[in-house]
Design a protein. Structure first.
Length: 140
């Protein structure tokens, strides 16, 4: 299987509770390598642009407010089939539906404060990585 890259965000609910390390450890133990990482405070414009695909959904405003409510850690993850591997360890969007052992089951607070974002296709991973990182910031 090919080694690929995906994009991850450790969301404000997790950074506020000092769980950056715990979440990263779970990603690493799932076979993903952090090849780029930075802690940032997203601007409203940045968050709206990132979530533009969800613009028409009823939760868009709350989602943007939440994503700028504190620092996030944006990461590029590398591994075999990285996008799917990351989605598997993240668990279902709503932590109430997430399987045991997944990040959202172990850490998340609610469907909004669900601790992590992960790209949902290889195509979106490339777009999302380029939204936050220059190629020279990624060291594989
Ligand atoms: P993500 O994009 O964050 O990795 O999560 P996902 O693919 O599992 O979920 P998606 O459908 O893309 O939704 C993006 C984020 O919006 C929030 N959300 N809130 N209140 C609601 O009904 C609702 N539904 C989704 C979640 O924080 C979700 O991660
Ligand atoms: Mg999504």
């Amino acid at each position: 299987m090919a080694v690929t890259r995906t994009f991850s965000i450790i969301k404000p609910d997790a950074t506020k509770r000092n769980l950056t390390g715990k979440v990263t450890k779970m990603l690493e133990e799932a076979g993903l390598r952090v090849v780029a990482s930075k802690r940032i405070q997203m601007t409203r414009e940045q968050a709206e642009g990132f979530y533009a695909v969800h613009k028409e959904r009823p939760f868009f405003g709350e989602l943007v407010d939440f994503m700028i409510s504190g620092p996030v850690v944006v990461q590029v993850l590398e591994g075999e089939n990285a996008m799917q591997r990351n989605r598997d360890i993240m668990g279902a969007t709503n932590p109430a539906d997430a399987a045991p052992g997944t990040i959202r089951k172990e850490v998340a607070e609610s469907i909004e404060a669900n601790s992590v974002h992960g790209s949902d296709s290889d195509e979106n991973a490339a777009i999302e990585i380029a939204y936050f990182f220059n190629e020279d910031e990624i060291v594989g």
